[in-house]
Write a protein that binds this ligand. Structure first.
Ligand code: NAP
Length: 525
């Protein structure tokens, strides 16, 4: 499949005429061909209008139709073979092996949502029988969830496959019955076009209305804000910087019809090394921590950016091991020159904060966008009084906070802002302290892990990838896993509808054979 540099608006390939942009290989700073035409207001208008026109027909497709559509996208992505992997590697600087794993994740995500759609539980079908003789009487009430409407999706730079054109946000919206208008991330437009063409072809092959999917190319904040402002758009999904997420939230809130923005932004994923576990396994944990920190050049939203432990000999051993392991880590290529610049700035500013010292750095490399992994150390008093230390430095950077006692550790936990994850490294002898930390961390994070590292975000039914601000804009939802579909649904209650008008999921006799809540009981009837 050739990359053309066109946008995909419904079934058309459209050359943007408002300028051009090119992907840059971050490892070499080489400009990649072809260049891409940048779209304008007319293209946003066209894509959003088509999405609006597609909505009613698409949202009422059967579960089987939508599931087969999602599975066809998965098959199409695999069929792109090495072409997709090579292009994504050129545009992102990520190694092919990592991208092959990411492709597997993308495909399994699509297949998971096919099962979610077939299963039908996401509809939340609920029936309350009429009580005509009760005083006052009760009507027949039936609830199902319906799709919200067309969704604007902003792909992430750090997952060019799994959080981009056919990534978690797109697939959850499509599964819910929402058409999507995707803004390609300017760092990987070629990867976006390849995957976009697969979706475009699947739309045609499954006889779906063309507006179910469009892929736009824009090169300014204004472009994204115009997309979010379009009246046809009913929700936004975003992964990226806190600044970008907040800007889109403001735009969405200022519309004449405000809409929800599901933005995954920034956090530092605290890891608490509890005293007994640290005294038993300091070196082992230190090595594993450095491996987790440098995975994908630290460009993961679950990166272990903060370590909290009690000062003393076990923490010294942990630091010594981490220092030794980090010194051997090769410099890694960051995703874009912009991200590289932000990383260098963040490292420099943190290193200059009074009370913070640099524990260790990885190897240097005289290559464009190469980043030295960096670990800083500070004390709890400095952490608690320096707001900047609670902010993410996107890339392979982390801060160790040494606490004088358990009270300080609890104070650091209480001081944290919202997080995607919080981790406890513990042994049985640490359970009393863990019991004190757990209720605090429940208030702070979307996922709490024990004796592991947060980087593996399983795509499954129970996963939560979200958390209080600034980790995400809406802590009530998840960006990964089956429950991600809930973001793009809303409940509708049908009161005293005649059988002839009743949606199939709510009809007497349960023709779709769904598990439904009938008069408060969960039943297959
Ligand atoms: P980004 O700058 O937030 O951009 C993400 C997308 O949002 C792009 O399509 C961008 O397009 C758009 N956008 C950004 N600001 C906008 C605004 N004010 N109005 C409208 N649209 C806007 O993210 P990035 O380029 O991927 O990376 C930059 C930084 O984001 C990183 O250094 C890191 O701090 C953070 N980041 C965090 C995570 C995480 O998982 N925690 C992941 C990726 C990035 P335009 O630039 O064309 O407007």
């Amino acid at each position: 499949m050739m990359i053309t540099g066109n946008m995909l608006i419904g079934q058309s390939a459209v050359r943007g005429d408002k300028g051009s942009l090119s992907a840059i290989n971050p490892a070499t700073h080489e400009t990649l061909t072809p260049n891409f035409g940048v779209g304008g207001i007319a293209d946003i208008e066209q894509a959003c209008t088509l999405a609006q026109q597609a909505f009613d027909r698409y949202r009422e497709t059967t579960a089987e139709q939508r599931a087969q559509f999602l599975e066809a996208i998965a098959t199409g992505i695999l069929a792109l073979g090495i072409t997709l992997i090579e292009r994504a590697a050129l545009e992102s600087g990520l190694p092919a092996a990592r991208l092959i794993i990411e492709r597997g994740r993308t495909v399994s995500q699509l297949r998971l949502f096919a099962t979610v759609v077939r299963n039908g539980q996401y509809l939340g079908a609920t029936l309350d029988s009429a009580l005509p003789t009760r005083i006052p009487s009760r009507s027949d009430l039936r609830l199902r969830k319906i799709a919200l409407g067309p969704v604007a999706v902003f792909g992430a730079s750090n997952f060019p496959l799994a959080f981009s054109v056919a990534g978690g946000d797109s697939v959850a919206a499509l599964a819910a019955g929402c058409p999507i208008v995707v803004k390609a991330h300017e760092a990987h437009p070629g990867t976006s076009e390849l995957v976009g063409r697969v979706i475009q072809q699947a739309v045609a092959a499954h006889h779906l209305p063309e507006g179910v999917f469009s892929l736009l190319i824009g090169d300014s904040n204004l472009f994204g804000q115009t997309l979010v402002s379009h009246p046809a758009i009913k929700a936004v999904a975003f992964t990226g910087s806190r600044q970008g997420g907040l800007a889109l939230m403001r735009t969405a809130a200022q519309r004449s019809e405000p809409i929800p923005v599901y933005a995954e932004m920034s956090c530092i994923n605290p890891m608490f090394l509890l005293p007994h576990a640290l005294s038993m396994r300091a070196s082992e944990i230190g090595r594993a921590y450095v491996d987790a920190l440098t995975m994908s050049a630290g460009q993961l939203c679950t990166n272990p950016g903060l370590v909290i432990a009690l000062e003393g000999q076990p923490l010294t051993e942990f630091c010594n091991t981490a220092q030794e392991a980090l010194c051997k880590k090769a410099a890694a290529t960051l995703l874009t020159p912009g991200i590289h610049h932000a990383y260098l700035t963040g490292i420099e500013e943190t290193g200059n904060i009074k009370g913070v010292t640099t524990l260790a750095q990885g190897c240097t490399a005289q290559k464009p966008c190469a980043a030295q992994a960096t670990v800083f150390v500070t004390d709890a008093a400095t952490f608690l009084t320096t707001e900047r230390l609670g902010d993410e430095i996107f890339g392979p950077s982390s801060l160790i906070v040494a606490c004088k006692n358990e009270d300080e550790m609890l104070a650091v936990a209480e001081h944290l802002s919202g997080q995607l994850t919080a981790t406890l490294l513990l042994d049985d002898a640490d359970l009393a302290l863990a019991r004190k930390l757990l209720p605090i961390l429940e208030r702070k994070a979307g996922r709490i892990l024990v004796n592991g590292f947060a980087n593996n975000v399983e795509v499954s039914h129970a996963m939560v990838h979200g958390g209080p601000f600034p980790a995400s804009s809406d802590s009530r939802s998840s960006a990964v896993g089956a429950s991600a579909i809930d973001r793009f649904l809303r409940p509708v209650c049908y009161q005293d509808l005649p059988a002839a008008l009743m949606p199939t999921a709510l009809q007497d006799g349960n023709p779709l054979e769904l598990w439904r809540t009938v008069n408060g009981q969960c039943v297959l009837a």
